[in-house]
Design a protein around this ligand. Structure first.
Ligand code: PHE
Length: 376
C-alpha cells in the first residue's frame, strides 16, 4: 500500500489507535514528499506536484485533514494536528522553493538562448545615394551660392499669368506653341486655369513680387511639356533658373557670370560663346554654347572622323539667357529706368548628359539601378 493511499483511508482503517503510532506515519508521508519533490523539474511537472499535495479537493494535505484529523478522538487529534501543521509548513515551503528554482533555471535558459553575440557582424543596410540629376543640381547650386546667389523653389502647378503673361508672353504669342503643356482638370467655374509649368521662369516673377533689388536667386526644379519622349525629349525634365537684378548690372556681368559658371561646372578648359536668340522676357536674348566636351572643340573624334556629338561644329548649344526685358519689370512694379539684370534657364538633364556622356535622357526617369549605380 502506498503512502498516497494511506491518507485516503481513516486512521482506524490503518490500524492506528495510539498517539505514538502517528509520528512514524507522518515520517513516511514526508519521505514520499521528498522523493516526489525531486521529479518536479519544470513548470508543468511542478504544477502536477503542487496539485497532488496542496490541491483543495484531493491533495494529500486535504485527505489527511479529512480522513486522519477530523474523525480522530480528541487525544489523537492533538498529535495529528501538530504533525499535520509541521508537514504543511514543510510542504508549502518546499513547493515554493522548487518553484523559485525552476523559474531561475528557466530564466537562465532564456538568457542563454537570447544572448546577443556582439562579435557577430551587424546587418548591413544599404544606404541610397542621390540621383544623378539631384547631384548635378547640387553642383550647380554650390557654384552659384559661392558667388552670392541664394536658392529658392516654387510651385510646379502654375497659373497662366505666372507661366506666360507676366513673362511678357500674351495669349496668342507663337512661343506658346513650344511650351504646350498639361492643364489640370478643374471644376467648372474655377477662377483660373492651372497648368504644369513649362519652365522655371515663373519664379522670376514670384521672386521679384516678393523682394526688392538687389535680387540674386537660382531656382532648381521640375518642368513639363507635351513633348513626345525620345533620346533628347521628355515630358518632364529639370531646369535651374537664374535671376540677378540690381541697379547697375551690365551685359558684361551677365556673360562673365555665365562663363565663370561654365568653367566651374565643365572644367577650366572649356570656352563659352553666345549667339543672338529670342525670348519674350529677355532683351537682348542669347543662346550659350560651350566647346564640345567630347572632342575638346576640335570637331574631330578620337578616331579621326567627325565628332558625332557636336557634328563637327566643335560647339554644343547649352541654354537660353538674356538681359531681363524692361516689360517684365512692369509686371512686378520695378522701375525699369532704375534697375537692370539678367536671367538664364538651363536644362539640367542636358547639362548632366553632356558632363557625364549620357546619350539618352530617358535613363534619368527609368530608375534602372544598373544606371543609377554608376553615379553613387
Ligand atoms: N525659360 C526659357 C526656356 O525654358 C529659358 C530662359 C530662361 C531664357 C531665362 C531666358 C531667360 O526655354
Amino acid at each position: 500500500m502506498t503512502v498516497i493511499n494511506k491518507p485516503a483511508q481513516r486512521l482506524s482503517d490503518l490500524g492506528v489507535s495510539t498517539a505514538d503510532q502517528i509520528p512514524p506515519l507522518f515520517a513516511e508521508v514526508r519521505a514520499r514528499f521528498d522523493a516526489e519533490s525531486a521529479s518536479a523539474h519544470d513548470e508543468s511537472s511542478w504544477k502536477q506536484f503542487r496539485d497532488a499535495w496542496l490541491g483543495r479537493k484531493s491533495g494529500v494535505l486535504t485527505l489527511i485533514t479529512d480522513n486522519w484529523l477530523k474523525p480522530s478522538s480528541p487525544e489523537l487529534k492533538r498529535v495529528v494536528g501538530q504533525e499535520l501543521n509541521q508537514l504543511r509548513a514543510n510542504v508549502e515551503s518546499q513547493i515554493e522553493s522548487r518553484r523559485a528554482a525552476i523559474e531561475a533555471g528557466a530564466d537562465q535558459a532564456a538568457l542563454a538562448r537570447e544572448r546577443v553575440d556582439l562579435s557577430l557582424p551587424g546587418v548591413a543596410r544599404p544606404i541610397g545615394s542621390h540621383h544623378l540629376i539631384r547631384q548635378v543640381f547640387q553642383q550647380i547650386e554650390d557654384i552659384f551660392v559661392s558667388i552670392g546667389f541664394s536658392v529658392v523653389e516654387g510651385p510646379e502647378i502654375e497659373t497662366p499669368y505666372y507661366n506666360f503673361e507676366a513673362l511678357n508672353i500674351p495669349e496668342y504669342h507663337p512661343v506658346r506653341d513650344d511650351m504646350d503643356t498639361f492643364y489640370l482638370d478643374l471644376p467648372k467655374g474655377a477662377a483660373t486655369p492651372l497648368l504644369l509649368r513649362t519652365h522655371t521662369s515663373p519664379m522670376q516673377i514670384r521672386t521679384m513680387e516678393k523682394r526688392q533689388p538687389p535680387v540674386r536667386v537660382i531656382v532648381p526644379g521640375k518642368v513639363y511639356r507635351r513633348d513626345n519622349p525620345d533620346a533628347t525629349h521628355s515630358f518632364i525634365f529639370h531646369q535651374v533658373e537664374g535671376l540677378a537684378v540690381d541697379t547697375d548690372i551690365t551685359f558684361c556681368d551677365f556673360t562673365g557670370t555665365i562663363e565663370y559658371f561654365l568653367k566651374q561646372f565643365f572644367g577650366a578648359g572649356v570656352k563659352a560663346r553666345f549667339r543672338p536668340s529670342y525670348f519674350p522676357f529677355t532683351e537682348p536674348s542669347v543662346e550659350f554654347d560651350v566647346t564640345c566636351v567630347f572632342c575638346g572643340g576640335s570637331g574631330t573624334s578620337a578616331g579621326g572622323g567627325t565628332c558625332s556629338k557636336c557634328k563637327g561644329a566643335g560647339w554644343i548649344e547649352l541654354f537660353g539667357a538674356g538681359m531681363v526685358d524692361p516689360a517684365v519689370y512692369g509686371f512686378v512694379k520695378y522701375d525699369p529706368k532704375k534697375v537692370s539684370g539678367f536671367a538664364f534657364g538651363m536644362g539640367i538633364d542636358r547639362l548632366a548628359m553632356l558632363k557625364y556622356g549620357i546619350d539618352d535622357i530617358q535613363v534619368f526617369f527609368q530608375n534602372d539601378v544598373r544606371f543609377l549605380r554608376q553615379f553613387p
